[in-house]
Design a protein around this ligand. Structure first.
Ligand code: PLP
Ligand code: ZN
Length: 416
């Protein structure tokens, strides 16, 4: 059933065997999974999909594994929500939220990349699975490793939100907090992977891991009834998700499942960590690394591994990018919860706030179809919203007390 054929350098096109390789030894370009698209198109059809389970593996012909999936049977196929109340406020009728804040089992988009990396880790014979993480990836790696009985190491910057740390630790991996930022953690993990021969989902298995992110794009098309949206706004940290959404849109054309105008793709970053937006504005081919300083810790990556691919995808699609300040991020979290009942974390607040800024700048027309990528859950980072709402009203237990509260409130409302 699979159509995965091997790895190829995205730059010089040298081919590589499907091992734990991620960088080209000729030109240092990133390695990408390749497929026999003709073969994939024979079995991956709209009809076939109707009979398949609603998880990320329904697109399995275009995922880089050779045997059977090992985990992720309840991951992916998250809701695509027509956000009518939010859309009314923003003046956008066709506004959609692709809601990975409810992805199973660890409530972020990472639950679609990790099952692919974990399955491939087992296929390649690894017994230890790890990652360098800003929080969500660690949660997902720890959870899937627990299910699979793999030894697990989660490396994080030591200043992450407590909800993110507990979310990994509870599944029993070795959690290693590094005195440094994510970019320091990533550098160390590259060395650890080489030295100990461990599988790191987002480092030496990156070529496989990244492919799982395509399922986010496949699902958007399927859930819109096999029509492309016109605009997609994606958060950018390491740069995995955004280019793979673009790749997914193109692959559906390659295998004959879709036709039509490809969407414009826009990058969203926090103002305190915006190397990709800087590069878009300055016309650079690669993002210049920055030192992150933002409440959006899950996307605080100053030196994105796939920065080049993000810039290429955004530019080729005709999109652009936008920043969001920490205050705009927090306001957007409240707005999304208050209109659609979706509680996202600062990464999601960044994407919505950047979308609002793009609309204000007329970079996205309000009368077209817009998908906002919400990729993480606010319950893990609830601390950032503490003190921003009215505190709960405190009353005694009698109905009389409640009645007097309500009548005072009514009077206050009439007077105001
Ligand atoms: C919630 C959330 N959204 C988005 C991202 C963006 O990641 P990337 O650009 O590496 O795909 C991350 C990365 O950690 C994340 O945790
Ligand atoms: Zn190369």
């Amino acid at each position: 059933m699979g159509a995965f054929t091997g790895l190829r350098c995205a730059m010089c096109k040298t081919e590589f065997p499907p091992e734990a390789l991620y960088v080209c030894d000729q030109c240092l370009g990133p390695l990408e999974a390749c497929y026999d698209y003709e073969k994939a198109g024979r079995t991956l059809t709209r009809d076939a999909l109707q009979k398949r389970a609603r998880n990320l593996w329904r697109y399995r012909e275009l995922l880089p594994i050779v045997g059977e999936p090992r985990t992720g049977f309840n991951s992916g196929f998250t809701p695509l929500i027509h956000a009518k109340r939010l859309g009314e406020i923003l003046g956008v009728e066709k506004l959609y939220i692709k809601d990975d804040s409810v992805n199973h089992p660890t409530l972020s988009y990472k639950d679609r990349v990790v099952p692919v990396a974990a399955t491939r880790a087992i296929e390649l014979g690894f017994d230890t699975f790890g990652c360098a993480s800003t929080g969500n990836l660690g949660n997902s790696v720890a959870a899937h490793a627990a299910r699979l009985g793999l030894a697990c190491y989660v490396f994080i910057p030591q200043d992450l939100e407590p909800g993110k740390v507990v979310g990994s630790a509870v599944a029993g991996p070795h959690v290693v907090g590094i005195d440094g930022n994510y970019d320091d953690v990533n550098r160390l993990c590259t060395q650890v992977g080489d030295r100990y021969g461990w599988a790191f989902a987002n480092i030496n298995l990156r070529s496989y891991y990244a492919e799982g992110a395509k399922t986010y794009g496949f699902e958007i098309c399927e859930q819109l009834g096999w029509v492309y949206p016109q605009h997609v706004v994606s958060p950018v940290a390491g740069g995995t998700l955004l280019p793979r959404i673009g790749k997914a849109f193109k692959e559906l054309q390659h295998i004959g499942m879709m036709s039509g105008q490809l969407p414009r793709i826009y990058a969203a970053q926090a103002a305190g960590c915006a190397p990709v937006i800087n590069a878009l504005e300055n016309g650079e081919e690669y993002p210049e690394p920055v030192k992150p300083d933002t409440i959006a810790k899950s996307i605080a990556i100053g030196n994105p591994a796939d920065g080049y691919q993000v810039l290429e995808t955004v530019r080729r699609s005709g999109g652009t990018g936008a920043r969001a300040t920490d205050e705009e991020i927090l306001e957007a979290i409240g707005l999304l919860a208050g209109t659609e009942g979706i509680f996202t974390e600062p990464a999601g607040g960044t994407t919505l706030a950047a979308t609002i800024n793009l609309l204000k700048a007329d970079a996205i027309p309000k009368d077209e179809t817009i998908v906002v990528c919400i990729t993480g859950n606010g319950y893990k980072t609830a601390n950032v919203m503490v003190g921003r709402q009215d505190p709960p009203t405190r009353l005694g237990r009698s109905l009389g007390e409640f009645e007097s509260f309500i009548s005072k409130r009514a009077t206050a409302q009439v007077q105001s």
